[in-house]
Design a binder for this molecule. Structure first.
Ligand SMILES: Cc1cc2nc3c(=O)[nH]c(=O)nc-3n(C[C@H](O)[C@H](O)[C@H](O)COP(=O)(O)OP(=O)(O)OC[C@H]3O[C@@H](n4cnc5c(N)ncnc54)[C@H](O)[C@@H]3O)c2cc1C
Length: 391
């Protein structure tokens, strides 16, 4: 079936998914004059309003600026020079800018996506919403094909290379037969709230309490993001609003700090999971972002890791299309280094910040956290890992 108007039947790179990985990759390739078509399952309004991550590492921000999509970010992002670790109500401030040389930025993932979508469409580059990739075929050859459905009609897109940036549940991951996967399922989920209230302070707060983790974050000067550790088996029926607020007050409680309540705009329960595929490429199909790995949210690394992958992938594809396969051949090995670093930080934080209910184990956690928060090497390591700055 012929492609929709404005979309070629053949391109150099077919990108599945208009999340941070797919859109940043498409922008990097466009800068190098490489043609690509981005296919996205959901509608534009859906991807531009889907609230997920919000903590951007300085390296991610620098790249977005370099790509010409930093204007709104610079005008509205909140610059975060410190975060707080709260251990049984004791407050420990981690001055990340002072310790790591760089601040973090708070800017919603949906805003990053909206900026990249606007930039791509303004340049007239193909991006199809509500286009579901159904299968990727012929990846062992030089011209793989994506079968996709758009406006109820099945169509094909042939490319030199296909990139599965279509998240954990997309077709990319299903098509690449991993030699080995590493997984950890936690008995824990995060109940996340988006609240229509100004943040209760300027800092992100990670609170370890014997009732479980509580976390305070923000998405804008008027929107607060709050999280609670809950059992993975819990549903919304277990968490009426008054119980949520009571637990947030208990877990985040500290002298000189109080939690501002407000109308709950969104709530979600997301199970904690760690997943790494040691195979991020099969023939002419490459994986990037959540399609290849999932980190527990404790490190705020998911989006930043997706951006790190495509920063490696873009030059590798440019070289491959010019006939030099060396960087593409090294793609998985190069990425696995930053993936495992981010995994070690995120899983380490997950181990320390979630209460188990066992008083002995939880006292060990509190002691270990105190050691990290009060001694210079621990403080520096936390700050550098949080900002994604590794010496
Ligand atoms: C509910 C939730 C909350 C999160 N909260 C945080 C957080 O607070 N902090 C943090 O750091 N990280 C968080 N994350 C993780 C972070 O959002 C991801 O790591 C990040 O989105 C990864 O980007 P990506 O581009 O790889 O994948 P995605 O953003 O998932 O993008 C993949 C895209 O592919 C599309 N797609 C899927 N299937 C198809 C198909 N068949 N055809 C075409 N398109 C397809 C999807 O619609 C999506 O737009 C959260 C994730 C989830 C799911």
């Amino acid at each position: 079936m012929t492609p929709p108007p404005g979309v070629p039947a053949r391109t150099q790179v077919a990108v599945l998914g208009a999340g941070p990985a797919g859109l940043v990759l498409a922008a990097l390739l466009a800068r190098e004059g490489v043609d690509c078509v981005v296919l996205e399952l959901r509608s534009r309004s859906h991807v531009e309003s889907r609230v997920r991550a919000g903590a951007l590492e300085p390296g991610t921000v620098a790249l977005l600026r370099e790509l010409g999509v930093g204007e709104r970010l610079d005008a509205t992002a909140m610059v975060s020079h410190q975060f707080e670790l709260r251990i049984d109500g004791e407050r420990h401030v981690l001055p990340v800018t002072e310790l790591s040389g760089q601040p973090m930025y708070v800017y919603g993932q949906q805003e990053v996506v909206a900026d990249l979508v606007a930039h791509r469409l303004a340049a007239g580059h193909p991006l199809l919403f509500e286009a579901e990739a159904l299968a990727v075929e012929g990846i062992a050859g030089a011209a793989p094909t994506v079968r996709y459905r758009y406006e109820g009609v099945e169509r094909t897109l042939t490319a030199d290379v296909v990139v599965g940036a279509d998240g954990f549940h997309g077709v990319g991951r299903r098509t690449v037969a991993a030699a080995r996967v590493f997984t950890r399922d936690y008995p824990i989920a995060w109940l996340g709230l988006l609240v229509d209230a100004p943040p209760s302070g300027r800092d992100v707060v990670y609170a370890f309490s014997r009732s479980g983790l509580g976390m305070h974050s923000m998405r804008s000067p008027t929107l607060t993001r709050l999280y609670l550790q809950v059992p993975a088996t819990d549903t919304f029926a277990d968490w009426p609003e008054d119980r949520i607020w009571a637990q947030l007050h208990t877990r985040l409680s500290a002298e000189g700090w109080s939690l501002t309540e407000g109308p709950v705009l969104e709530r979600a329960i997301a199970p904690l999971r760690a997943y790494v595929s040691d195979t991020m490429r099969a023939g002419r199909l490459f994986l990037a972002g959540d399609a290849a790995h999932i980190v527990p949210p404790t490190g705020a690394k998911g989006l930043n890791l997706a951006v790190r992958d495509v920063r490696v992938l873009a030059p590798a594809l440019v070289a491959l299309l010019r006939g030099d396969p060396a960087l593409a051949d090294a793609y998985t090995a190069t990425c696995l280094q930053h993936v495992w670093w981010a995994m070690s930080f995120s899983c380490g934080m997950a181990r320390l910040l979630h209460a188990s209910g066992d008083p002995f184990e939880d006292s060990l956690r509190a002691a270990e956290l105190r050691g990290l928060a009060t001694r210079e090497p621990g403080r520096r390591m936390l700050a550098e890992d949080y900002c994604g700055v590794r010496p």
